[in-house]
Design a protein around this ligand. Structure first.
Ligand code: BGP
Length: 473
């Protein structure tokens, strides 16, 4: 679509960036924090554990000051469940409450809007031992945690995100260290989608509770959404892309926004005898909840083609951005039209615009981008600089597409790329860096943990100061 002139970014657009508690804080067992599933998992070979991460817990003041220097309007971070409730439920850790009070106050001191993710891949280990999301009680556990956050931080936090990338928890749990299966599990898909169902109900009830306790606040889901293209214009490839979009994307948002299971996914689950059980009251709770916006993370699109039911799976590797083939539904293929990052993720800024348009078309809610970014090997030069033109190019190309989407009539609330500062990747260690701020540490050597401004830091500062009008180097 051609536009004679482009619409500007809204005046109150949330320019900022994101992190998550376990990937950035460290202090994993300090000041009363209980372990989360991330602290007890077997870390992938050759990558750092999460015990220190980048020590944001002790250095948050310096980090927020750097974010303020970039001109951030928002900072999206997550709250560690087991820092507030070391056992997941019951006794509260006052030092955990104090930490997040301080973090929130520090943001507000600089006029930075705190955007809080309630749950980002870090189930308290004590709750994993009780069956994790597979336990129907998990809905109440999450509500207790949600209430605690609303009561303690709701006077200052106006933007809440429920569960980060619930679709990734469901589809790629093993790779990010979150999948918990009972010993006697005979139908893994059924167990996973039952866990997913509990999360959907927990999310719905948390949204209702938020509106009840904090009428001024806004809340929304935060899945990882990216369009899935058909490989060709063969009609059977179109159907494959519909299947994949329903299973990866629409299941999560149809439920969050419309309160019902996507029909294609429901039938797909039926085929595997994996439809989740509804507890009394679930249907009503799901129908009652209403998000105020859709937050979502976007890295890249995927591509699929027709796949016969007899297709035999090899040892394909999947992760958040690489789809696993589902025989009978779709086969994941790579897209020769797209370049890839050093870590093998495709780069597709135009697909970002297409995803924004589709999301707005389906749900008609304002959109908040809560992740997007480039993981790369950065190096600190002798003069204390990090030259990362590749990151600037990536971010610029995506910001341009947001403005085009705004000009297409899409309502946008903000852009919070991944990540504000270098942190530990979900499964590829610290060497896969995303931040505007470089942290001096290696995989197994903590070095000085000193912070350095990357070239992208100065560039993003200019972008924010010009409200997205100056994207030049
Ligand atoms: C998303 C997660 C983040 C994050 C990011 C980059 O899936 O929400 O926690 O880490 O992807 O992924 P990775 O760390 O695997 O490079």
């Amino acid at each position: 679509m051609h536009h004679k002139t482009l619409k500007p970014f809204p005046d109150n657009f949330f320019w900022g960036a994101s992190t998550s508690a376990y990937q950035v804080e460290g202090a994993a067992l300090e000041d009363g924090k209980g372990p989360s599933c991330q602290d007890v998992k077997v870390v992938p070979e050759g990558t750092s554990d999460l015990s220190v991460s980048v020590d944001h817990y002790h250095r948050y003041k310096e980090d927020i000051a750097l974010m303020a220097e970039m001109g951030f309007k928002s900072y999206r971070f997550s709250i560690s469940w087991s820092r507030l409730l070391p056992q997941g439920v019951g006794e509260v850790n006052p030092k955990g409450i104090a930490f997040y009070n301080n973090l929130i106050d520090e943001c507000l001191k600089y006029g930075i809007e705190p955007i809080v993710t309630m749950f980002h891949f870090d189930m308290p280990a004590a709750l994993d031992e009780r069956g994790s999301w597979g336990n129907p009680e998990s809905v109440n556990w999450f509500l207790e945690f949600a209430r605690l956050m609303y009561e303690n931080f709701g006077d200052r936090v106006k933007y809440w995100l429920t569960i980060n990338e619930q679709n990734v928890l469901t589809l790629a749990g093993p790779i990010i260290g979150t999948l918990h299966l009972p010993d006697n599990c005979t139908n893994v898909k059924k167990e996973i989608y039952q866990q997913n169902h509990h999360q959907l109900v927990a999310q719905a009830k948390a949204m209702v509770l938020c509106h009840e306790l904090l009428p001024e606040a806004k809340i929304g889901p935060a899945p990882n959404i990216a369009l899935i293209y058909p490989n060709t214009n063969k009609p059977e490839d179109i159907l494959a892309s519909q299947n994949a979009n329903a299973i990866r994307n629409w299941l999560y948002l149809d439920m969050a926004v419309k309160g019902r299971y996507n029909h294609l996914v429901w039938e797909y689950l039926g085929h595997f005898d994996a439809q989740p059980e509804f507890a009394p009251g679930d249907a009503q709770a799901l129908a009652q909840a209403q998000p105020d916006f859709i937050a979502f993370n976007y890295y890249n699109t995927s591509t699929v083609e027709y796949c016969p039911a007899e297709f035999e799976l090899g040892d394909e590797k999947s992760d958040q951005q690489k789809m696993l083939t589902e025989p009978g539904y779709y086969r994941a293929v790579s897209n020769p039209n797209l370049p890839k990052t050093e870590f093998g993720w495709e780069i597709d800024p135009i697909g970002f615009r297409a995803t924004l348009r589709t999301l707005y078309d389906r749900y008609h809610l304002p959109l908040l981008v809560t992740e997007n970014g480039l993981g790369a090997y950065d190096s600190l030069t002798e003069d204390g600089r990090v030259h990362d033109p590749y990151r600037i190019n990536y971010l610029r190309a995506h910001i341009e597409q947001i403005q085009l989407a705004i000009s297409d009539g899409v309502e946008m609330l903000g852009y919070n790329p991944w990540s504000a500062i270098d942190l530990i990747s979900t499964h590829e260690g610290i060497k896969k860096r995303y931040g505007f701020i470089y942290v001096d540490r290696d995989e197994f050597d903590l070095k000085t943990l000193k912070r350095y401004r990357k070239d992208s830091f100065f560039w993003y500062k200019k972008v924010i100061a010009s409200n997205g009008q100056d994207l030049t180097d």
